[in-house]
Design a protein. Structure first.
Length: 201
């Protein structure tokens, strides 16, 4: 009846609350993975297109700088498509001509980790070693750079499982930061992103 004091089993209430939070966190992780996947595919396809266009018109790399300027003039709010990153996208495509490797492996790492491995590896076999290592150990780009500097060929002490973000190599800063940048590059609205990043949820 109204006004009656309800008696609850607070262990049950706690279990229900924890499960709801788990659903919410699982949804966030799925959103991170989806945005990252689309971002990596976008960068790869952009690199492929740039490479084909330069070949078709017999243009040099200087053309990329002009394209970056034009993109910025058309939409100054766009991030991630400056001269430096467009060069990287083309190099990304040239480094990994096999799209299957990109779609199945490299989409499990964020752009910063992919760029680090691409630039610092000296051979294809070394690249594959660090790709698989970064995926397995969920390294941040900072950790990845430390491993390259040390010339490690085996993973350092494994972090606790609680420190891992599922299937994500974060950028060494808050994982929401790189997700926001990639989401903006994909044209995802701030409102939609805020739901996934936990500002509204």
């Amino acid at each position: 009846m109204p006004g009656d004091v309800a008696i609850f089993d607070y262990e049950v209430i706690s279990n229900i609350s924890n499960y709801i939070l788990k659903l919410r966190n699982d949804s966030k992780d799925s959103a991170y993975r989806a945005i990252n996947y689309e971002s990596i595919i976008l960068y790869y396809k952009t690199g492929e297109y740039l490479n084909n266009i330069l070949k078709l018109h017999n243009y040099g790399d200087g053309c990329i700088a002009e394209i970056a300027k034009r993109i910025s003039a058309i939409d100054p709010t766009i991030k991630g498509f400056d001269k430096r990153n467009l060069y990287r996208m083309r190099q990304f495509y040239l480094t990994y001509p096999d799209f299957e490797i990109v779609s199945t492996l490299l989409t499990q790492l964020n752009w910063s980790c992919n760029v680090t491995i691409m630039h610092r590896s000296k051979s294809e076999s070394e690249r594959m070693f660090y790709i698989n290592l970064a995926i397995r150990e969920h390294y941040s780009v900072r950790e990845l750079n430390s491993i390259f500097r040390a010339g490690c060929k085996s993973p350092p002490a494994v972090k606790s499982a609680s420190a891992y973000a599922p299937n994500r190599c974060d950028s060494g800063t808050d994982s929401t930061v790189w997700m926001e940048e990639d989401a903006q590059n994909l044209g995802i609205s701030d409102c939609a992103l805020s739901v996934y990043s936990g500002r509204i949820l």
